[in-house]
Design a protein around this ligand. Structure first.
Ligand SMILES: *Cc1c(COP(=O)(O)O)cnc(C)c1O
Length: 498
């Protein structure tokens, strides 16, 4: 957690043997040091401590890019000192951003003609993009309600319970009620029929996900568009759709060009995508595109002129680096459609190898689908003795970071492991991972079940509290208790899937 509490114990110092070559006194951890230290010492102290971080390339928990070409690294380093917001001073950087927005708008089939122009903006990631898109929907809805003389104080948004945490943030920060379609066992995305049922006159939009964070599955935006069109005709409402294509936005256009999920569907008014996921750029870039200028209320756009000429801005933050935008442009022109297609096909092929290897072990159910974002989500067929959490924990020993988590309501009973396949996850690594998983399974099979030990412990503590009386817990009751314990344990450690 980065909201740090003040630590008054300044006696706790950071000791570093290497730095002792350059400095004799220890560096305090929580207070700014009185004196300066040589640059070599500062470098050494920090570099040594960072060695204990995981290896980003083995971090299979994240969709976010961990490798780029050295030529692009060079461009990034050359532009780290450029503030993106100084558009007048860095007109070329601004121009590159605009080119990226245009390329993405075309990729998502935005209608472009004489009277129609899509607009968009670069953001820090999909989260900021979603805040902006959500604000635009909220404001549009308020304007419409005001014009009709109707109350506009109870906006809501309809999503699946599988949404990424940024939607919950949007709802809480900007005071919009989040109406979630619950999942069910075996169905882990938003059901369009139920979503449309939840829509009412206060719904600012329905948010569909192209590439669910939990299973990589694409939600059926086409069906949603159909059902919602019908409902709008019946009620006179104008409920629009937003597509959260954070991970799928750079998959679907290359692998499933026939799939209709984007601006080809009339109710889709805005789309976000993470440049730092399958856009293949390091963390720090996302995009949001609106179908037309009318879909972004003018009153949300600020005009600044003190850096030079008039510059419209619509972002939550003001200053930020330019490197990521330049890197995105690099990827677009370096790879082209062909390059992205090859990389995504390759990711899918590695996903297939991994999925089939896991299936062959006979111990897992595959929860992810063949069509979707390249990832494998899988659960244990038999979790009566050992759980996916133990598998995840044991894989850490080999350096693999593979998260295990329980599904959102109402499918909490299902716990899965998820391996995200990125460009830099080679076939060799996939094969190595499979053999490590097999090894882990073999090892935990020989261990006493922690669940049963825990169950016995839980049963004992429950029974103790009944002052002397020892009511017998049935086996299912005990197991339920154990599941609750696990859930508490997992919730406590939850870092969030990203
Ligand atoms: C990753 C993700 C987000 C958040 O995106 P950031 O770019 O990390 O801010 C939102 N929605 C979905 C579906 C995601 O996968």
């Amino acid at each position: 957690m980065v909201i740090s509490s003040t630590n008054t114990d300044s006696a706790e110092h950071l000791n570093c043997t290497f730095a002792s070559r350059y400095v004799r006194s220890a560096v305090p951890k929580f207070k700014m040091p009185e004196n300066s230290i040589p640059k070599e010492a500062a470098y050494q102290v920090i570099n040594d401590e960072l060695m204990l971080d995981g290896n980003p390339r083995l971090n299979l928990a994240s969709f976010v890019t961990t490798w780029m070409e050295p030529e692009c690294d060079q461009l990034i380093m050359a532009s780290v000192n450029k503030n993106y917001v100084d558009m007048d001073e860095y007109p070329v950087t601004t121009e590159l951003q605009n080119r990226c927005v245009n390329m993405i708008a075309h990729l998502f089939n935005a209608p472009v003609g004489d009277d129609e122009t899509a607009i968009g903006v670069g953001t820090v990631g999909s989260s900021e993009a979603i805040m902006l898109a959500g604000l635009a929907f909220k404001r549009k809805w308020q304007q419409r309600r005001k014009a009709q003389g109707k109350p506009y104080d109870k906006p809501n948004i309809v999503t699946g319970a599988n949404v990424q945490v940024c939607w919950e943030k949007f709802a809480r920060y900007f005071e919009v009620e989040l109406k979630e379609v619950k999942l069910r066992e075996g169905y882990y995305v938003m059901d369009p029929v139920q979503a449309v049922e939840l829509v009412d006159e206060n719904t600012i939009c329905v948010a569909a996900i192209l590439g669910s964070t939990l299973t990589g599955e694409f939600e059926d935006v086409k069906l949603l568009n159909e059902l919602l069109t019908k409902k709008n005709e019946e009620t006179g409402w104008e409920t629009p759709i937003h597509v959260d294509a954070a991970s799928g936005g750079f998959i679907a256009p290359f692998l499933y060009p026939e799939l209709e999920w984007d601006f080809r569907l009339p109710l889709v008014k805005s789309i976000n995508v993470s440049g730092h996921k399958y856009g293949l750029v390091y963390a720090g870039v996302g995009w949001v595109v609106w179908r037309t200028k009318d879909d972004l209320p003018e009153e949300l756009i600020f005009h600044i002129n003190y850096l030079g000429t008039d510059q419209p801005t619509f972002t939550l933050n003001f200053s930020k680096g330019s490197s990521q935008i330049i890197a995105q442009y690099y990827q677009f022109i370096r790879l082209g459609f062909e390059g992205y297609k090859h990389i995504m096909e390759n990711c899918m092929e590695s996903t297939r190898v991994l999925r089939e290897g896991l299936e062959k072990m006979g111990r897992f159910n595959i929860v992810s689908k063949d069509v979707g974002v390249p990832l494998v989500a899988f659960s244990l067929k038999d979790s009566s003795k050992h759980t996916v959490f133990e598998v995840s924990e044991n894989l850490r020993r080999f350096g693999w970071i593979i998260p295990a988590y329980t599904m959102p309501p109402n499918a909490e009973k299902i716990a899965v492991l998820r391996v995200v396949v990125r460009e830099d996850f080679s076939r060799n690594l996939a094969e190595r991972l499979l053999s490590n998983i097999e090894q882990v399974l073999k090892e935990i099979d020989t261990l006493p079940s922690r669940l049963l030990t825990k169950a016995a412990h839980v049963a004992a503590t429950i029974n103790e509290t009944q002052d002397g009386k020892l009511p017998k817990k049935s086996e299912t009751e005990t197991l339920e208790e154990v599941t609750r314990q696990w859930k508490r344990f997992v919730d406590g450690r939850r870092a969030g899937a990203c």
